[in-house]
Design a protein around this ligand. Structure first.
Ligand code: ATP
Length: 831
């Protein structure tokens, strides 16, 4: 059933209905009220309720009238039908379908706002003739066009006991989804970049098969509060300072005077040769990179932080944790990113609905995979990355080459999906390489970039027409994309040359002497640039500078994301899942167990009955301290260089606090880091004959734990300092070596100017702790041989408090250093 309703009034209207109607209807109406409240909470506006009923009217358009609201009559109708608005449904849906058909004839398949405005003006005329007492709304488009069946369908599961009723309340083929709120106070004639309301049923261009399922699934997105973004950019420039020996400091211009605009409901494609500036333009438009000149506005406002949650960016390279499944990836993302007004269950449901929207059900339990792990296919991975962004229902979605490396069918499926997203009122901007003709036809607007300049901006469907109007058309069969990319590359082979360009290079032409082989790519570029600036640029500038007013919901930045503790818990769980393969890695277990066995065999049944033997055993203790510093440092050092891109991406969208990430990362590593030393120490302890008491064993284990946690912090800090595996491992090996050499076992007498190094050596402190635990020479009578041995005496062992404090300071200090280093990381350029 289609109803044209003023949203602000609807809840007032529905309240009395709820009091009057029978139970089934009542429940259905409550569902509807809830949904409408969800869309618009304010309930102050005057009452308007327009029900168009063809039963009372002989023909569709000419006889459309708004009827006065008569609650009892509506209730009676509803009760009479036994289903919500059944009687009205047939008539009203027929009315709209007919109007859509009219619109189809006029403007292909689009029912534009213009059409709606025309309808409204017709109604006004009609009203004045008939002196209808109904007060008119300012604009027909300020009504909410609601397909109640669809809305009820959406929440069928929310109300217990209503499913039977709901499933009978409509037939599927009667559902035509057209539920959008678009408000505009613009006079009809000023509406050019209109939001198009599309009838999916009459969409002749909708592909069949798989793509149809996409066409249906996008409806689900629509139910959320709308926030449309009109993106406009004028004369955008971008320059970078070159780095490197020869050109250091020289500025390079990457974008020059690029202008355009894109409305909600549209897909803008950025095309051009490699290095043309597409990614840079995308980055600049999304606010990830600052432009050097020109203006970029979002609903006529400059970029603000509050837009962050409204903008989705799908990177060219698929970035995801390889060991998480599709479902886990999207669920964790939903838990972290969705507003905290939603419950955990709702967030999980959202992730599941995105999975089904993207057709990922079949592979939801498959790992994403990466370089070393086989996972989902490239197309599926790309869809997961898109899903990661559409989870948030962004109003403005940027995609960098979403179809690269995909076969044509998968590419078409993805672009069709983008169209569907746009049709739900979103604004989509995507870069694309060599799209097929079918793909190309899906774009509403196109910017053709070459060397950072725009050679064409306008409707994608008119691009060929534009170039033919300036005298350049293909002479052999080629797709529009091939033709346009060739032109952007300055390749005019197999194309008619514009006469002006031809004249220049023909005998007698001004450039004839200079060039004998015809125009160079540079000349062609210059020519098209000039032609575009002359003919099209000005026109477009006038067009894009027209204001487009779009109704907005309030943005509340605070509502987004999870609380700190929730972030920690989600990141901790994600960390455990992502590293579960490491926990179960037989290689690591074998490495530790075999080392323990070798050590056990080498020091088999050692004792400390003589000075020599004490020294031998001390060697073992020193090895333990080195092994459990070396191992965690080299595990942790890879963490940030490997997670850098992911971290930058997630942090750039404000997914979580750095502190929550860092603490979760550290704690999720601990189970593995603390499990292996238990195995190690248990094996060697009984083989080598160390002090066989429970306190000695547990204190030794505790010392090793402290050493591991400190070493892990050191590794993380080194990784965060360089963010580069090679550099980080180089520094780590130097650091570990220095720590080992100054650990107090190899060299006893160090020059005074180097004595400080011992105190920053982790091995030194751990080694001394282990010695103290094993030989316990403090207080009481000395333990004969051991404590009196010159070797132990020279160590001057005490209770070990200093060592514990020093290691604790390292644990905290290295982590604080890591935090500071990560904070300094430039997020925007990284992601
Ligand atoms: N930070 C930078 N320093 C120097 N040159 C840069 C920088 N960023 C971009 N460029 C240069 O700007 C040009 C445009 O780069 P951009 O990545 O936007 O191109 P593109 O059209 O997306 O290319 P592709 O299709 O190959 O991804 C390239 O020549 C690139 O080398």
């Amino acid at each position: 059933m289609w109803l044209a309703l003023d949203t602000k009034a609807l809840s007032i209207v529905l309240q009395p209905l709820v009091n009057h109607c029978t139970s089934d209807t009542l429940r259905a109406i409550t569902v509807m009220t809830m949904l409408i409240r969800y869309q618009d909470d304010s309930v102050q506006s005057e009452l308007r309720f327009a029900v168009t009923s063809l039963e009372e009217l002989p023909a569709p358009m000419e006889n459309k009238v708004d009827v006065d609201l008569d609650l009892s009559e509506i209730c009676a109708k509803i009760d009479e039908a036994g289903l919500i608005g059944n009687a009205a449904r047939d008539s009203t849906s027929a009315y709209y379908v007919k109007n859509m058909e009219l619109a189809d004839k006029e403007d292909d398949i689009m029912m534009t706002k213009k059409t709606l405005l025309k309808m409204r003006s017709f109604d006004l005329n009609k009203a004045s003739q008939n002196e209808t007492p109904m007060r008119k709304t300012k604009s027909f488009t300020s009504h909410l066009l609601v397909n109640i069946d669809e809305l009820i369908n959406r929440v069928a599961g929310s109300f217990e006991g209503t499913s039977a009723f709901l499933s009978n309340s409509h037939s599927d083929d009667e559902i035509h989804f057209l539920s959008s709120i678009y408000e505009s106070s613009l006079p009809p004639e000023s509406v050019t970049d209109v939001i198009t309301l599309r009838n999916p049923k009459s969409d002749a261009s909708a592909p069949s098969g798989e793509e149809d399922s996409d066409s249906c699934s996008w409806r689900k997105i629509q139910i959320e509060p709308p926030f449309s973004i009109y993106l406009k950019f004028e004369d955008v420039n971008h320059k970078v300072k070159l780095k490197g020996n020869r050109n250091s400091g020289v500025e390079k211009s990457i974008l020059q005077g690029v202008s355009g605009s894109v409305c909600p409901g549209e897909v803008l494609a950025l095309m051009g040769p490699s290095g043309g500036g597409k990614t840079t333009l995308l980055n600049v438009l999304s606010g990830r990179v600052k432009n050097s000149g020109g203006t970029i506005t979002y609903n006529d406002q400059l970029y603000t932080k509050s837009l962050k949650h409204r903008i989705g960016f799908v990177l060219q390279d698929d970035i995801a944790f390889p060991h998480l499944t599709v479902r886990e990836t999207l669920t964790y993302s939903a838990l972290l990113r969705l507003p905290n007004t939603l419950s955990r269950e709702q967030k999980k449901e959202r992730a599941m609905s995105v999975i089904s929207e993207l057709g990922l059900e079949r592979c939801q339990n498959t790992m994403i995979g990466g370089t070393f792990v086989r996972g989902v296919s490239g197309g599926e991975r790309k869809r997961v990355c898109i899903g990661n962004e559409i989870l948030l229902n962004p109003s403005l979605l940027f995609l960098d080459e979403p179809t690269s490396g995909l076969d044509s069918t998968t590419a078409l499926r993805i672009i069709q999906m983008l169209r569907n997203i746009a049709q739900a009122g979103k604004t989509v901007v995507t870069t694309i390489h060599q799209p097929s003709s079918r793909l190309f036809s899906k774009f509403d607007k196109l910017i053709l970039l070459s060397n950072g300049c725009s050679l064409y901006y306008g409707k994608a469907s008119e691009a060929m027409l534009y170039f033919s109007s300036i005298g350049c058309s293909p002479l052999t069969a080629m797709t529009p994309a091939e033709f346009l990319i060739d032109l952007a590359n300055g390749n005019i082979k197999d194309k008619s040359i514009p006469s002006e360009l031809e004249d220049k290079f023909l005998p007698g032409g001004e450039c004839f002497e200079r060039k004998d082989g015809g125009p160079s790519p540079g000349d062609v570029h210059e020519y098209f640039l000039g032609a575009y600036e002359l003919r099209a640029s000005n026109m477009e500038k006038i067009r894009i500078s027209r204001p487009v007013i779009i109704a907005q919901n309030k943005l509340n930045v605070e509502e987004w994301g999870a609380t700190w503790s929730a972030q920690f818990s989600i990141l901790f769980q994600r960390g455990l899942k992502e590293r579960r393969h490491e926990y179960l890695s037989t290689l690591r277990v074998v490495q530790v167990v075999s080392t323990a066995v070798i050590v056990g065999l080498l020091w088999w049944n050692s004792d400390a009955s003589s000075t020599m033997k004490v020294q031998d055993q001390a060697g073992l203790l020193f090895f333990i301290s080195v092994f459990w510093a070396f191992f965690p440092v080299f595990t942790a050092v890879f963490t940030f260089p490997q997670e850098r891109i992911m971290l930058a991406k997630e942090r750039s969208v404000g997914m979580y606090k750095l502190s929550a990430y860092l603490i979760a990362r550290n704690t999720s590593d601990l189970p593995l880091d603390l499990l292996l030393p238990i195995v190690f120490l248990t094996i060697i302890y009984f083989m080598v004959g160390l002090k066989l008491t429970f306190p000695a064993f547990s204190l030794s284990l505790l010392s090793i734990f402290l050493s591991i946690i400190a070493a892990q912090g050191l590794g993380l800090a080194i990784g965060a300092a360089f963010m580069d595996v090679k550099k980080a491992t180089t520094l780590a090996s130097v650091t570990v070596m220095a720590s080992m050499l100054s650990g107090g076992f190899f060299v006893k007498k160090v020059p005074p100017f180097m004595s400080w190094i011992r105190y920053v050596s982790l091995n030194y402190h751990t080694y001394r702790l282990l010695l103290k635990i094993q030989y316990n020479c403090v207080g009481g009578p000395s333990r004969s041989v051991i404590c009196n041995s010159p070797f132990i005496k020279a160590e001057r062992l005490d209770y070990g408090g200093t060592e514990v404090v020093a290691i604790m300071a390292m644990i905290v200090g290295y982590r604080m250093l890591t935090y500071v280093l990560l904070r300094r990381m430039k997020l925007r350029n990284e992601a």
